[in-house]
Design a protein around this ligand. Structure first.
Ligand code: ATP
Ligand code: MG
Length: 155
């Protein structure tokens, strides 16, 4: 686990842009953190890093469950809060996205149960001040463990 202090919204943007830049097909990022922690702000920056244009408004898929954006590779942004459990997640076909051609970012990943990908980057955001957030990054799987180090060197 690596800790990172994001002292401003701009720093969160920098982290997000790097994540979008290094993303490869089949990558999964799981996101956690309370209201106002900056989850949506981070995903907006990830989208920019993937080359999603500024004319595209990136919002949380709170009601729609899944938002898809076209960048260098697709971005699939999921919010699983409203889903009851694994059966519902499977019937929506969500697990298929994880191993597809895009980057999947998942809010409320604990809903996944056994569908939780073994290889993923988990980011936990917490409010540490009015304009600062702390991020804890954990790479699961050998690939992400290496990638996390590369990412932190660039932030
Ligand atoms: N360092 C920072 N990083 C991210 N956001 C910050 C930072 N400092 C201040 N903010 C502000 O905090 C808010 C974060 O809101 P955001 O919608 O991204 O949170 P969220 O985690 O998605 O919350 P919710 O669970 O309600 O969707 C924004 O208003 C943003 O401007
Ligand atoms: Mg949000």
């Amino acid at each position: 686990m690596h800790s990172l202090e994001l002292s401003s919204l701009e720093r969160t943007g920098t982290l997000g842009k790097i994540l979008g830049t290094v993303a490869a097909p089949g990558d999964v990022i799981t996101l956690a953190g309370p209201l106002g922690a900056g989850k949506t702000a981070l995903v907006q920056a990830i989208a920019r890093g993937l080359g999603v244009g500024p004319e595209t408004y990136v919002t949380s898929p709170t009601f729609s469950l899944l938002h898809e954006y076209r960048g260098r590779i697709p971005l699939y942004h999921m919010d699983l809060y409203r889903l009851a459990g694994e059966e519902e997640i499977e019937s929506l076909g969500f697990p298929e996205y994880f191993y597809g051609e895009g980057l999947t970012v998942i809010e409320w990943p604990e809903r996944l149960g056994s569908f939780m990908p073994a290889e993923r980057l988990h980011i936990e955001l917490a409010i540490s001040g009015e304009t600062s957030r702390s991020a804890r990054l954990t790479g699961y799987g050998s690939l992400w463990q290496k990638k996390v180090t590369d990412i932190l060197a660039r932030v």
